[in-house]
Design a protein around this ligand. Structure first.
Ligand code: ADP
Ligand code: MG
Length: 378
């Protein structure tokens, strides 16, 4: 059974209700799964989370926790936040400033009327799980570092063993080293305690490392939901591909039944499954771009490769066993890493290519205005 079910969730802001917070978001989170909502700032991640938590009143939709209906706009159901069995972790820690770490962690137990002895046991146990020692627990938030405060916040969210734990960019205020450390600790906590989690981040690495499944959001909607590997290998849109680290190489279009580059020299096998009446963009991860000197015949490279055209090496540096190159291509600067042995110097003219299987092709938003009706039919 799913621990969390959301159907057609909608929330709009603004006096005229014309600012989209979320529009028709539906999702299910099975028990003990960590679902990550990822996307650029303003895409509706926090709005979704705040609606689930009860911090925000949705304009429409249904939310269920297990078999309990938490929100139903049509039936006027709206369970208040303190009656939802959840733990919350925010970016800004949101600890009670006048309470010690211990008292902050103890708070959810007190409000659930857990007895004194039991509280003591539970706070001590969870403090150990999140690696907070007794000395720190006697301090107030202002006397703790950011990382320590976030450990207190994690312990507070987990101590009452809520069914669902929600995180809104919990690591975004921490420096890079601490972020990495807490990131793997959150993963360990999830494996150890097995809560059902909803985790919001704009950071792709965090999403891929923490999510059992990842929902990529844009403009208040979920564009793709799947396992991290699925989004990585088969991004549904060019926007998600970009989020996954793919970069646009060039555009291709068909003329008289042949595919050619509209801004590059395109050669290689005939792309499969494309409509002749549409232009496309070719995306690839930079580490999958291969370069060869122009003397090499591009058609002899391989029948599994798209050759994308020529660039000029503008910089070269050594990185251990590899060479890092800056290559100017279509007016852009690509940073490429190539194995040593292939040696290039600034000024070299090179051909760029990528394996067909590493390439992702998406329709370009605008149709070329020059496409004639005959080509449209081709
Ligand atoms: P994210 O968390 O993905 O960065 P949010 O869910 O916070 O995005 O915001 C989604 C959209 O809703 C944004 O356009 C944002 O400006 C708008 N929004 C969020 N909260 C409010 C609010 N309280 N008042 C008006 N607009 C809001
Ligand atoms: Mg947000």
């Amino acid at each position: 059974m799913s621990d969390l079910k959301v159907k057609d969730l909608r929330k709009f802001y603004g006096r005229r209700g014309d600012i989209v917070g979320v529009d028709n978001v539906s999702l299910e989170v099975p028990q003990a799964e960590m679902l990550v909502l990822v996307g650029p700032s303003g895409c509706g991640k926090s709005t979704t989370l705040r609606c689930l938590a009860g911090l925000e009143s949705p304009d429409g939709g249904v939310i269920e926790f297990g078999d309990q209906k938490i929100f139903d706009s049509a039936k006027g159901v709206a369970v208040p936040i303190h009656r939802r069995d959840i733990g919350l972790v925010f970016q800004n820690y949101a600890l009670w400033p006048h309470m010690t770490g211990w008292a902050n962690i103890e708070f959810p137990l007190k409000s659930r009327r857990v007895g004194r002895e039991e509280r003591k046991k539970k706070v001590a146990a969870i403090a150990e799980v999140v690696d907070l020692d007794g000395r720190l627990l006697d301090k107030r938030p202002a006397q703790l570092s950011g990382g320590q405060q976030q450990r207190v916040a994690l312990a507070r969210a987990l101590v009452a063993e809520p069914k669902i734990v929600m995180f809104d960019e919990p690591l975004s205020n921490l420096d890079a080293a601490l972020r990495e450390q807490l990131r793997s600790e959150i993963r360990r906590l999830h494996e150890q305690i097995n809560f059902t989690g909803v985790y919001v981040t704009h950071d792709l690495t965090e999403a891929m490392l923490l999510g059992d499944r990842v929902a990529a959001m844009a403009n208040g909607a979920i564009v793709q939901l799947g396992r991290p590997g699925e989004l990585f290998d088969s991004p549904a849109t060019s926007r998600i591909a970009r989020m996954m680290g793919y970069r646009r190489l060039c555009s291709i279009t068909s003329r008289h039944g042949h595919w050619s580059g509209s801004d590059c020299t395109f050669a290689g096998p005939v792309p499969q499954g494309l409509s002749m009446s549409q232009s496309y963009e070719l995306l690839v991860r930079p580490e999958h771009i291969a370069i060869a000197s122009v003397e090499q015949d591009i058609n002899s490279l391989s029948d599994q490769r798209y050759c994308i055209g020529g660039g000029i090496v503008t910089g070269a540096g050594y990185l251990g066993g590899e060479q890092e190159l800056s290559v100017e291509f279509l007016g852009r600067n690509l940073r490429l890493v190539v194995p040593l042995g292939q040696s290039f110097v600034p000024g070299d003219r090179v051909n760029l290519s990528a394996l067909v299987s590493d390439t992702r092709i998406f329709p370009l938003a605008e149709q070329p205005s020059t496409t004639s009706s005959r080509e449209m039919e081709a």
